[in-house]
Ligand binder design. Sequence first.
Ligand code: ADE
Length: 346
Amino acid sequence: MTDKVLTESSEKQGILTPDSLSVDNEPELISLRPKRLTEYIGQPEVVETLKIAIQAARKRKEVMDHVLFHGPPGLGKTTLAHIIAAETEGEMTVTSGPALEKGGDLVGILTHLETGDVLFIDEIHRTPKVVEEFLYPAMEDFSIDIVFDKGIHARSHKIPLKQFILVGATTRVGLLTAPLRDRFGIFRSLDFYNETDLLTITKRSAYLLSVEINNDAGQELARRSRGTPRVVNRLLKRVRDYAQVKGDGVIKPETVHAALDLEGVDEKGLTNLDRRYLKTIIDFYKGGPVGIEAIAATLQEETDTLVDVVEPYLLKIGMVLRTSSGRRVSPDAYRHLGYRVQESLF
Ligand code: ADE
């Protein structure tokens, strides 16, 4: 199985290249990804759904339904798309919603797919409307309608496609239009991983990176990784560097503390941006409620970054609450940042 990655620039030139799209495609992080469902740790219901769908399609000698994954970044949406391609023995083509600017961009990709191939569209909620309209018949009838000429000379031509599997990934399922969402036969949300699963992932990755880590150190790393395998793997590499330069190469709890302190990752796994976000609400907006646009403007960060990357974990651990009148921080957030809790505010 070979992967084709369509980047924004290569895609415009119509060239398929193995260029990197994002952090997801850093070679060393890719090597840590599980390649098959049996290697996949965590998300048991999602894994079971996929196992059944893959086996059923194989039994019927059919191509599996389209799959939509929803969840915060780093939880395994891209990894699962690669696994689906590996398990169904299809080739994988990777693109993203924002990279598809015109209908023709998508037509070019679709007409090159073979039966059983996987087309992975990351950030599918950012696909332009004109492109999305090509997706409907492609997903439903495996055909696309191309219109030549305009006005009274307009002619429509149906191009048949091979039966492919579309795997979509989104951090914001609410932004997907209903017609697109409804065309996915399988829709699964990925949740943050518990510490037990993250510890198992840490040990597996440490083994693949040939670095020794003791159980207590693994647990500490898992606790401070925001429930996210991509974070665990990235921090593990920083901790490995630290152990090899400042210590004897073995990762111990002290190594994790020292390396993560240097990275600005605190005991709860919060980063500088997480803490700036919480402090902004407390210092500028008296703890909230405050709208996300106001927080983004004060922090000088993109609203999307806050909504997609920062907030999901803070909501999960109860540091921030979303109310109808805006975001509020919880007493836990005050305590964690060393502020006195003003009971009258709650
Ligand atoms: N590496 C990253 N995510 C993983 C997972 N869910 N299972 C095993 N290894 C991983």
